[in-house]
Design a protein around this ligand. Structure first.
Ligand code: PLP
Length: 386
């Protein structure tokens, strides 16, 4: 077995599997809420499609109709794109993997935030690149001045990895000024940006900042996904990429997983073409907004005064920084065994120990009426270990 498979991150992944215990009130999983997945609509589409279309299970070229629907979804985010710039992928995770395969030359580092999406770190593991980190803040996201200092100092990362909306794990939204600055740096230093926007459509206020891709179509590789919106089991996401990258990326995709139209893609095409997305988004935003509000109110009640957290305006997560005396990896055992709750400890998201007193709370998948109870148990845990 290759060494990277059994690395420290592999051990962290094993630990997080423990959190699937069914008796837990869990704030750990980043999955959407089961009640928020449109099973009835999709079941009706599936029953009709598979029966009526004799080619539904056959080998077919990727669907232009879906690419066109994705162009409309992108337009609703303020991004102009062409169907020819869209590449369908098996979830945002595959988008990350493809971007890495395309962009990561041996010996080049990658630039990420100090707390970042673990799936990106996992996808990098086979290549073992140097990972450059810049500070990040739950209110205003990536420290773009720190990115500039690194680039000015001569760092030439293969790409910058950014989550400007609904950041996982910090819940941050990057303000417009920082977005403009980041894109300007990408252009000035010729560094591609991999923009992970898988939670970009889950916004809880009326601010609608367009993604980085709206600001630049030469350096920004945009990744979207239907996982958080319609269901992770559909394994369907999309990329909108620079024209120069489309052919090589399609080739890599085809070599990795044969680029054909999947059953899931066909269901999603009809879901979008029949106009279900707008109503569905309105419904799930309302559910998640309410859960966010309850979570924030309960955290204000229960956490020690010195704890720091920020109300997220998008995404599924609240990032909590506890006083330095707390070690959230060590606390997790008692959380699970004694309080029967789960969260994800900060070190899972990277860092060299700076995140050891942090934890990520997912407010989306815990049933609404259980949130106060769960956060009260977290408060109790912290009081006992203070
Ligand atoms: C930030 C981020 N990127 C990518 C993914 C992968 O999503 P998908 O299910 O579309 O592969 C996730 C899933 O949790 C995520 O949180």
């Amino acid at each position: 077995v290759a060494e990277w498979v059994t690395s420290a991150r592999g051990q962290l992944r094993e630990m997080v599997k423990l959190l699937a215990r069914p008796d837990l009130l869990s704030f750990a999983s980043g999955a959407p809420s089961v009640e928020c997945l449109p099973r009835a609509v999709l079941a009706a589409i599936a029953a009709r499609n598979i029966e009526a279309d004799p080619l539904s299970l056959q080998l077919r070229a990727p669907s232009q109709a879906l690419a066109q629907e994705v162009v409309s979804v992108m337009a609703s985010r303020g991004v102009t794109s062409q169907p020819g710039q869209v590449l369908m992928v098996h979830g945002g995770q595959q988008g990350l993997d493809l971007a890495i395969r395309l962009l990561l030359e041996p010996g080049r580092p990658v630039l990420v935030e100090e707390a970042t999406y673990p799936g990106l770190l996992s996808a990098l593991e086979p290549y073992q690149p140097e990972v450059l980190r810049v500070p990040s803040d739950p209110a205003v996201g990536m420290d773009v001045d720190a990115v500039e200092r690194l680039l000015e100092g001569g760092a030439r990362p293969a790409f910058l990895y950014a989550m400007p909306e609904g950041h996982n794990p910090m819940g941050s939204r990057l303000p417009q000024g920082r977005r403009l600055h980041l894109v300007e740096l990408a252009r000035r230093y010729c560094v591609p940006i991999v923009e992970d926007d898988v939670a970009g459509l889950l916004q809880y206020d009326d601010t609608r900042l367009p993604p980085l891709r709206a600001l630049d179509d030469r350096w920004v590789f945009y990744i979207g996904s239907f996982s958080k919106l319609i269901g992770p089991a559909l394994r369907t996401g999309w990329m909108v990429v620079p024209d120069w990258a489309l052919r090589p990326l399609s080739l890599i995709k085809d070599l990795a997983t044969t680029d054909i139209r999947t059953v899931a893609q066909e269901l999603i095409t009809d879901f979008l073409a029949e106009g279900h997305l707008a109503q569905h988004l309105a419904t799930i935003r309302a559910v998640y907004r309410e859960r966010r509000d309850r979570t924030i109110a309960a955290l204000r009640e229960e956490l020690p005064d010195e704890a720091r957290f920020h109300e997220p305006q998008s995404g599924l997560f609240v990032w909590v920084r506890l006083p330095a005396r707390f070690d959230t990896l060590a606390l997790l055992r008692a959380a699970v065994d004694v309080e029967r709750i789960a969260f994800i400890p900060g070190p899972f998201f990277g860092g060299d120990g700076q995140l050891s007193s942090c934890l990520r709370i997912c407010f989306a998948s815990c049933p609404s009426q259980a949130i106060e109870d769960g956060i009260a148990r977290l408060g109790q845990l912290l009081r006992r270990h203070s």
